[in-house]
Design a protein around this ligand. Structure first.
Ligand SMILES: [Zn+2]
Ligand SMILES: [Zn+2]
Length: 143
């Protein structure tokens, strides 16, 4: 019987464009969510991986790996390690600094100053002096 719609032999250009566009959107969404997922695994915020130390005696600040290039090969340092000051030469007066993951500001670690080992149950809050971000809470929240 005539009048039934004939089966079309192919897609029009517009249909092609729609399908490709849809595929791009889906792939893009998947890639973005995978990246967000992976990113959540290792949140670093604005931190740059520098290991800055601060001299409690003369207030000198320095990059530990620049001042002591052999430090890492000698076993590195722990959260409460104290270094000798490269400037005023005082022994063991330099404590580790933390870098705020929210604004990138370096500030002296209270725990390092007090010699408290993280996770010892005496955790002291580490608050960024600039934006008041709680250092440990920030990382806990992102996990
Ligand atoms: Zn010093
Ligand atoms: Zn901050």
């Amino acid at each position: 019987m005539p009048g039934t719609d004939s089966v079309r032999g192919g897609w029009t250009a517009i249909e092609y464009a729609l399908v490709i566009g849809l595929a791009v959107v889906i792939v893009g969404t998947v890639v973005l969510s995978v990246m967000a997922f992976l990113g959540d695994d290792a949140p670093t915020g604005k931190t740059t991986g520098q290991q800055r130390f601060h001299c409690l005696k003369c207030n000198y600040e320095f990059d530990a790996l620049e001042a002591y290039p052999d430090l890492m090969s000698e076993g590195g340092f722990g959260p409460t390690t104290r270094l000798d000051c490269p400037k005023c030469k005082a022994a063991g007066t330099c404590v580790r600094m933390l870098q705020c993951p929210n604004c990138g500001t370096f500030f002296v670690s209270e725990q390092a100053k007090l010699g408290i080992v993280p996770g010892s149950g005496q955790d002291v809050p580490e608050i960024c002096p600039k934006c008041k971000t709680d250092y440990h809470r920030w990382f806990r929240k992102k996990r």
